[in-house]
Design a protein around this ligand. Sequence first.
Ligand code: ADP
Ligand code: MG
Length: 562
Amino acid sequence: ASHKETLGFQTEVKQLLSLMIHSLYSNKEIFLRELISNAADAADKLRFEALTDDALYEDDSTLRIRLSYDKDKRTITITDNGIGMGRQEVVDNIGTIAKSGTRAFLEALSGDQAKDAHLIGQFGVGFYSAFIVADKVVLETRRAGVGPEHGVRWESRGEGDYTIETIEKASRGTQVTLHLREGEEEFLDGWRLRHIVTKYSDHIDLPIEMKQESGGDKKEDEQEEWEQINKATALWALPKSEIKEEEYQAFYKHVAHDFEDPLAWTHNHVEGKLEYTSLLFIPSRAPFDLWDRDRMHGIKLYVQRVFIMDDAEQLMPRYLRFVRGVVDSNDLPLNISREILQNNRVIDSIRAGSVKKVLGLLEDMAKRDSQKYQSFWKEFGQVMKEGPGEDPNNREQIARLLRFASTYHDSDEQTVSLADYLSRVKEGQEKIYYITADTFLAAKSSPHLEVFRKKGVEVLLLSDRVDEWLVASLPEFEGKPLQSVTKGELDLGNLEDKQEKQQQKEVEEDFKGLVEKVQKSLGDKVKEVRVTHRLTDSPACLVVEQHDISGYLERLLKEAGQ
Ligand code: ADP
Ligand code: MG
């Protein structure tokens, strides 16, 4: 009746398991953080589902996590009374990696241990980190609200397959038991475990309990007391002055499911017409699925400290989809649904306020620590470039945050701000010139740049896919229009002197005959043939009209089947 099956791990899991055990070994204690983090998530999910179905609490509404160890059996056990899982959920969540970007991640692994540890940490291994210290893991779980006969036991040695069977389980929730590997005895120590918990999980908004250390022999009557070992206060609810840097970092790792420290954060208690708290983090590194526009919303919404939902996409625009953190509102109803979140005034103003905070944080970083800002830009700059199009209200502020490559450095590193550009304009220069191309090299070596180089006029070199979209949505910066050097009549405005203009006219007269011939032989293939003054070395180049789409965008649209 237990219907015991042996199933194989998904190929990706197998690959990941062996690599992970070796690569993350030097930081092995994080297994506890990961398992506690999962238990806390499970409690959040139960709280949320119970908002509309009280019965899910059965007769036990005090949510908590318990941690125990057994020296003789060499086991550590983490028990939660959260949402639990059904049989299929166990297969889907524990036997496979549902994360998007898994393939790209595995392909990026190099076999170099240090590099891979970095990548693996960045990808996040969650539950599987148990196998760093355990050679056998047993998970028993029962979903909230179903009968005790629907329990599930999952067991694996982390070597390619696992067994799964149906069991009786009276209590709701999940219990994970790690059978420690030879040599991992250090974790069979109450003080060591307490230390790890307070280091990583002090501010998980849920009590974590361990049995009191009796100091000597165990009490006979099994009436040992559980005591809470973490602070279990919601970190974001505390006054900023009471929070240590390490506490912010530890909390970030839990909410963001990230292994690395965040790059920066902003923590705000807002009072007035609306009351809410936001704690928003910028990760150090882009996740593997940054480009998956359908995944990627990292804000958890709480209402009066009750978890409401993950991925509240209404709280951040898409171009800030890398931001992680928590928003806790006092003005929303507890039974809010995703549908209500759309077109909700409270949400809209929280979002507007949060966007301001994030942009302010970035602006501040750019001012104070340009190296740090540069590392942010490297990871997330391409996403930020979607900003002016998506968020016209903040266009100016976003524009100040943009960075580009330009002919000033001729390096593909994007370090030039529009303000830098303006500080270097030539006398009489009225426009911000740019060129777009498929690659940096193509942009940099374009014949269209010849005259600009000759005159010492800086041109922005744009070669990211998103750049066409960016320039289309950013007509000007501080009163100076952006102008493609490949479009329309080349008008250098006051940069050209009278004498030059006169010479140009004469040249045009001289070549009239040639131009007509070329025009005739090219026929319909071109709109017009003109004498150009753009070039100094190349004999000819293609140009599009001012209001036509550029050659590059035209090709992009064709690729996309438009
Ligand atoms: P992540 O937490 O980033 O989703 P994990 O590998 O840590 O990745 O966990 C995978 C999934 O397994 C979770 O998303 C969750 O659905 C499920 N899971 C893990 N631990 C628990 C638990 N204690 N209770 C309920 N579900 C769990
Ligand atoms: Mg997890």
